[in-house]
Write a protein that binds this ligand. Structure first.
Ligand SMILES: [Zn+2]
Length: 477
């Protein structure tokens, strides 16, 4: 495993799965404001400074096979480097956590997922527009009950943490209570999360039981939610028109006004996922393209994120890049719904920022490792490839850059918030065997990217606090 020659001093002798003993098992209630004893985590440490590109440029990352990650009492990184070079003052008095033999990476960032679709994952036999009507809208309608919204928000966050995901930009439903439930529970767990009330008001594409009654009411609810949650602890508000077909022109115009008024808000929506959807947008809005419709209403900003963008052209990419807007690449969803093959390489060549999205429930897994496995296959179907280094960049710093959050998360530069995920190369027999015969770290990392899933996530930490422990069999919330 390449974990030899780690200094033995100051390292707990407890089994790695339970390293740290009772102290780290304290539930991280209100971890955003909680100060804890400094800690040092030992293991393989990997993080990125930029997109490694293709072929991967080794100056884009740092790998410390006998590494240490130190976290201050404020939950921020104080050191990431070789264990032997850890400064004495960071070691002294610190709690030590032993993950030697495992891989420590920044917490995964999911740039597109629906908290209200947990119960329709794996629903049979439809493409996008029919799938929404048949499965998704009835499931989202249940979120008019606050108790249901709270219960599913907790379940959803547990799934994210079990998958090693510590930040996501999340679609709830049209109901303000769904936003409150999600943010309340994210705040309780000390997580950095983005979310915002879904806006949908266009007949007949937004069904009557799940439709904003007016643009004025939707705006009022959105402004109240922004006041309640935006910038509170680690939470940020993302204005969330579902997609063009469920939006009237006045709703899109209101969305653009809000973004202009508050440039620090995020925007999330869907774009050009499916050919029938693209044709519908052309019929409803006219214009040069789907992206052109959003641009018309001022929705292309540095903090805008468009899920899918499969059926776009070079002009659209240039417009997205010029605005600094980002795309969420959701391969499990795109394959499941038969939407198409996203051209990741064309997007990056055009300097469009790209993150990975699971897009549960159209996506078939909460795991960004599983998502990378499918991203690799989409790349190969397009005659390209996706290296493990570029893959792990996408799941970490790439996602943070897509969300314009790379000043606070995404890698282990000192001062960054210490969200991280601990991955286990021996999680399954197949992965363990492939790891054992791998000739170098690059091969091991690729095997983890292709064969890994939630089983490979040994532990997840937010601001240095343990928030998921695989071997305890529960999320620590
Ligand atoms: Zn989606």
């Amino acid at each position: 495993m390449g974990a030899a020659a780690v200094p033995v001093m100051a390292v707990s002798s407890a089994p790695a799965a339970h390293a740290g003993g009772g102290a780290v098992h304290t539930p991280p209630r209100d971890a955003g404001r909680h100060r804890a004893r400094p800690r040092v985590v030992f293991g393989h440490v990997l993080h990125f400074f930029k997109d490694p590109g293709d072929p991967p440029d080794p100056t884009a990352w740092e790998l410390f096979e006998d590494g240490a990650l130190a976290i201050g009492e404020d939950g921020k990184v104080t050191y990431a480097g070789p264990a032997r070079d850890l400064p004495e003052q960071l070691r002294n008095g610190a709690e030590t956590i032993d993950h030697r033999g495992r891989l420590i990476v920044p917490g995964f960032v999911d740039t597109h997922i629906h908290a209200a679709q947990v119960d329709v994952i794996a629903s049979y036999g439809k493409q996008l527009l029919e799938w929404l009507e048949t499965y998704v809208f009835p499931a989202e309608a249940k979120f008019d009950r606050a108790a249901h919204a709270r219960a599913l928000a907790g379940y959803f966050l547990d799934r994210l943490l079990a998958a090693g995901t510590t930040t996501a930009t999340v679609f709830p439903t049209v109901h303000p209570a769904s936003v409150d439930a999600f943010f309340e529970q994210s705040r309780q767990r000390g997580l950095r999360m983005l979310c915002g009330k879904v806006l949908m008001d266009r007949e007949p594409y937004a069904p009557p039981y799940l439709r904003d009654r007016s643009v004025a009411e939707a705006e009022q609810q959105t402004r109240e939610l922004i006041g309640r949650w935006h910038g509170k602890d680690r939470l940020g508000y993302s204005v969330t028109p579902r997609f063009a077909p469920t939006s009237t022109e006045p709703m899109l115009a209101m969305t653009g006004r809000l973004l202009q008024e508050h440039p620090d808000l995020w925007l999330q929506t869907h774009a050009a996922e499916n050919k029938d959807e693209v044709a519908l947008v052309k019929k409803l809005f006219g214009g040069r393209s789907y992206i052109d419709v959003y641009e018309r209403y001022g929705l292309l900003t540095k903090r805008s994120l468009f899920a899918h963008c499969i059926h776009i052209d070079a002009t659209d990419r240039a417009r997205l890049a010029a605005a600094g807007s980002s795309v969420a690449f959701c391969p499990t969803s795109n394959l499941f719904l038969g939407s198409g093959l996203f051209d990741f390489h064309a997007a990056r060549r055009s300097k469009v920022s790209v993150g990975l999205g699971t897009d549960v429930g159209a996506g078939t897994s909460y795991s960004l490792l599983t998502t990378l496995n499918e991203a690799y296959k989409v790349a190969t179907l397009r005659g390209k490839t996706l290296s493990a280094y570029r893959g792990f960049y996408l799941a970490t710093l790439g996602g943070a850059q897509a969300l314009d959050l790379d000043d606070v998360i995404g890698n282990f530069r000192p001062g960054k918030e210490a969200d991280f995920t601990v991955l286990d190369f021996t999680a399954t027999e197949t992965l363990a065997r492939r790891t054992e015969v791998a000739k170098d770290f690059t091969e091991r990392l690729f095997a983890l990217m292709i064969l890994g899933d939630e089983r490979a996530v040994a532990a997840t930490y937010a601001q240095g606090h343990l928030v998921h422990d695989r071997d305890s069999g529960r999320a620590l919330t």
